[in-house]
Design a protein around this ligand. Structure first.
Ligand SMILES: Nc1nc2c(c(=O)[nH]1)N[C@H]1C(S)=C(S)[C@@H](COP(=O)(O)O)O[C@H]1N2
Ligand SMILES: [Mo]
Length: 246
């Protein structure tokens, strides 16, 4: 690194941290982009400031990857939580633990399928959060399950990959950015209101993502995969915004 860049160490450290978090560019790539041999202090400062501001901006409006979704109290939980899917409740997939296996594919080291018992043995935590559906309703519910991020680490997923995709037993499919997959509130929800997740809410599990709209909370998940190619989604391919959250 050039001496002049080193003189702006705090600024560089900040940018490096943000670039690392965004997993998009290394500082090495940045210096290449901006010209490694910049010797003029003012010019270096100007470029770094610009990068710094752009990243803050992008994070504030697009990423906000550390922002937590609001949580609520037990008394706020709705008793008769609404069912929703692209088909009536009578048609919900009835998956049986005896033959269910979660399939793993893509950029994952250990693709061994997981049984319900194995999944349900994962360390569990609960959250009381608001589910927001684009169709114009929202409800506060309580979900319990394992952090998707911990699971991905455990199976050796490539955490530098861009997307985590999912497929469901009803033909539903979709994807989220890796930052959202690793978000502490993104869980594989095995329970709803302290009971094993009922069939209508996604048994054996749904991916609960309180930082995203309801349609990005897949139920009856049968496959999880990691990829660098944008997989799209059931509603996204019908015009909904892919990011749909913070
Ligand atoms: N597999 C699958 N997951 C799905 C859907 C679906 O049709 N199929 N609908 C989504 C939508 S639009 C909403 S609002 C929520 C509803 O979840 P709930 O029945 O637990 O309220 O599930 C989401 N996940
Ligand atoms: Mo929804």
């Amino acid at each position: 690194m050039t001496r002049s860049v080193l003189e702006h160490r705090p600024l560089v450290a900040g940018i490096e941290r943000r670039l690392f978090l965004r997993q998009a560019l290394s500082l090495g790539a940045l210096t290449l982009l901006t010209g490694c041999d910049i010797s003029d202090n003012d010019e270096v400062q100007a470029v770094l400031k610009l990068m710094s501001r752009w990243n803050d901006h992008a994070q504030a409006f697009l990423f906000r990857r550390d922002a937590l979704a609001p949580t609520f109290a037990e008394r706020d939980v709705v008793r008769d939580f609404r069912y929703n899917a692209y088909f009536p409740v009578a048609d919900v997939p009835k998956l049986a633990a005896s033959d269910y296996r979660l399939q793993l594919s893509g950029l994952i080291e250990n693709k061994r399928p997981w049984s319900v018992d194995e999944l349900y043995a994962l360390p569990e935590e609960s959250q009381i959060t608001r589910h927001v559906c684009v169709e114009g309703w929202s409800m506060i519910g309580k979900w319990g399950g394992a952090r998707l991020g911990d699971f991905l680490k455990r199976v050796g997923a490539d955490l530098t990959a861009k997307y985590v995709g999912y497929q469901s037993a009803d033909g539903y499919y979709g994807s989220i950015d890796m930052a959202t997959a690793l978000h502490p509130q993104t869980i594989m929800a095995f329970k709803f209101a302290d009971e094993i997740l009922p069939a209508k809410f996604g048994y054996p599990f749904k991916i609960r993502i309180p930082t995203k709209l309801g349609f990005k909370n897949p139920k009856w998940v049968t496959t999880i995969y990691v990829t660098n190619h944008m997989p799209g989604g059931f509603w996204e391919d019908r015009g909904y915004n892919w990011f749909s959250g913070s």
